[in-house]
Ligand binder design. Sequence first.
Ligand code: NDP
Ligand code: GDR
Length: 371
Amino acid sequence: MKKVALITGITGQDGAYLAELLLSKGYEVHGIKRRSSLFNTDRIDHLYQDPHEKNINLVLHYGDLSDSTNLIRIIQQVQPDEIYNLGAMSHVKVSFDTPEYTANADGIGTLRILEAVRLLNLTKKTKIYQASTSELYGLVQAVPQSETTPFYPRSPYAVAKLYAYWITVNYREAYGIFASNGILFNHESPLRGETFVTRKITRAVSKIAMGLQDKLFLGNLDAQRDWGHAKDYVEAMYLILQQDVAEDYVIATGVTTRVREFVRMAFDQVGIKIEFKGEGVNEKGFVVSCSNPDFQVEAGREVVAVDEKYFRPTEVELLIGDPTKSKTKLGWVPKYDLQGLVSEMVAADVELFRREKLLKDSGYVIKNQFE
Ligand code: NDP
Ligand code: GDR
């Protein structure tokens, strides 16, 4: 019998990789997408199956984590063996602007999924994965952070996810639902949303190299993150739901890197060496040399500057995870290191902007985008 999975957030970075993984394993995959005034399925369009055909394995349903009746109806119809709850307002900085919405979607949204499974008497059938986050650790209590490190959330996003974490644990203990938290540290890819720092950097580096952008403005260059590849991390989500007993797992690389160093590595990929001078809001990045004959970026040019607008009211300064449990219990083995991740992301963005440059050189106007 084919296994049936339901993914909330299927149109996001992780949803796209997870859908691909589960389809490759023979699952019937259902996803919830939000109604939007423009197409929003870019990341999964390569998986498209015509809904008019018979025996399709990928089905999308309109829905929203803020709408319980919608969730109950979808879960009743789909009767999933596994639910991956990846849907969320996932941007930490934006959560300070939309705290109530974030609490509703990220916090109560998780409760709605758990309640739907309980109400529909699926507690014995349906396993639930909850997309928990290293942001729960927030203000550093101890490093490396493991499953037993205390939480101290530092944003409306993290506080909403704290509720989601504990309601998942509570439904497991109270009703015997197979519900597990994956406490995932930052994971990135060419599919990463454009306003998260890694993708913002790899896009800007590609555009600067090709003469499509002057400068990259960033916030806190000192922040340290444990960055992995999203492809590796969706494998872990899958493994977490294949266990006999529901537990919570940290998924991380165990290596931490500063934002400033990620910037340097990304410029390196296009043959541009940079150095940073100055401190705090006055810190800037300058080109030292450019060894790639395809790109004309002169030495001495200022290409990175700090803009306080990207600072957060409360910041998470240091994340470094301890993946011992997931490696020993799940047998999870990540395939990427940071260098491989940076190089794949930069290569994808260089390719993207090569096409944009062609259009520009042919007289077409390139759109600016709001961040
Ligand atoms: P993305 O922001 O790329 O994707 C989020 C998804 O959630 C999108 O499909 C989005 O839809 C959907 N969504 C947003 N709001 C709602 C809502 N109200 N109802 C239904 N769906 C909604 O996130 P990632 O793929 O990077 O992350 C997946 C999950 O993992 C998130 O819950 C995130 O918080 C969590 N997480 C992510 C980590 C990371 O480093 N990437 C680390 C730890 C946890 P749309 O496309 O329409 O916007
Ligand atoms: P994060 O990711 O907040 O860790 O949440 P993000 O990439 O947004 O920030 C990482 C660090 O970089 C610093 N930073 C900037 N961040 C952004 N977005 N833009 C900038 O210009 C900039 N300059 C510096 C930030 O201050 C921060 O310290 C991500 C999300 O995917 C969450 O959903 C997830 O739960 C966590 O990772 C784990």
